[in-house]
Design a protein around this ligand. Structure first.
Ligand code: AMP
Length: 291
């Protein structure tokens, strides 16, 4: 029998997860997985809703993965609220929470990792060395542990979504990787568990990140070069009150390399700092928009 939090069944062990999914699969049910680090908000719940619409059974995972944080990053203070998360998942008709501890994921002697490859080099990869290898490794493990038919990831972490799609194809993982559009506050700020770090002043500045990306996309659609639009965007972020811009770039939506061929779909993507908080966001540029 699985433990429950409130009404939500919870698996803490790989064996419990496998038994539960095997039983569902035996009954012919389609299983969807939604990996998260918890501190759930409406963005995560959109992934659950997407999964709910596509599958008979929905599993959410909560695991704050230590190997994707650098020593100077926010692993220790990352927001954690398992009871609150479980209530949200139950209300969203999630069937199972999988919440392993670090010893279950990385037992003594663990030493094999997945290297995220070429898609991990640009954008955030330049500023967070090793981050995407940590993500690729933990997501590969979650997919092999849960054996879902479908796994859902947010476009909020667009580079991560592209990398995971590549990993699943390259390693022949039998699971469809599906992206879900970004959920935003009414002022355009992309929902993120890290938004709780923002001071009131920083929160007022934060929506400029999306505004500037939308403006960069409009400039390129209007005929500006991707380089011009990116430079103008970086300057606009600093002007709006951001303390530092890691990058603002227009990239090919698939290869994540600088956008050159206007006939291909693109993405404007940025990472910028407000005080101690690093925000990321992105906005599509369809091939149709670009002239
Ligand atoms: P995290 O808990 O931040 O690791 O995110 C777990 C999943 O939720 C990832 O696939 C994210 O891309 C997705 N996600 C986070 N924020 C949003 C958002 N605002 N809109 C859509 N998906 C999101």
């Amino acid at each position: 029998m699985l433990q429950t939090i409130g009404t939500l069944p919870v698996a803490r062990k790989i064996a419990e997860l496998r038994r539960t999914v095997a039983e569902w699969r035996r009954c012919g049910e389609i299983v969807a997985l939604v990996p998260t680090m918890g501190a759930l908000h409406q963005g995560h719940l959109a992934l659950i809703a997407h999964a709910r619409a596509r599958a008979d059974r929905v599993i959410a995972t909560i695991f704050v993965n230590p190997t994707q944080f650098a020593p100077n990053e926010d692993f220790a203070r990352y927001p954690r609220d398992e009871a609150g998360d479980a209530a949200k998942l139950a209300a969203a008709s999630c069937d199972l929470l999988y919440a392993p501890d670090a010893a279950e994921m990385y037992p003594a002697g663990f030493s094999t990792t997945v290297s995220a490859g070429a898609l991990a080099a640009p954008l955030c990869g330049r500023f967070r060395p090793g981050h995407f290898d940590g993500v690729a490794t933990v997501v590969t493990k979650l997919l092999l542990q849960a054996h879902p038919h479908i796994a859902c990831f947010g476009e909020k972490d667009y580079q991560q979504l592209q990398i995971i799609g590549r990993v699943a194809r390259d390693l022949d993982i039998d699971c469809a990787i599906e992206g879900v559009p970004i959920v935003r506050e009414s002022d355009g700020l992309a929902l993120s568990s890290r938004n709780v770090y923002l001071t009131a002043d920083e929160r007022r500045i934060a929506p400029a990140l999306h505004r500037v990306l939308v403006a960069a996309v409009a400039q390129v659609a209007g005929g500006a070069s991707p380089q011009e639009a990116a430079a103008a965007g970086s300057a606009a972020l600093l002007q709006a009150g951001f303390d530092k811009v890691d990058y603002l770039e227009l990239v090919d939506a698939e290869s994540l390399q600088p956008l050159r061929d206007r006939g291909r779909a693109g993405r404007a993507a940025a990472a910028a700092w407000l005080g101690k908080t690093r925000l990321i966001d992105n906005e599509p540029l369809s091939a149709r928009d670009a002239r």
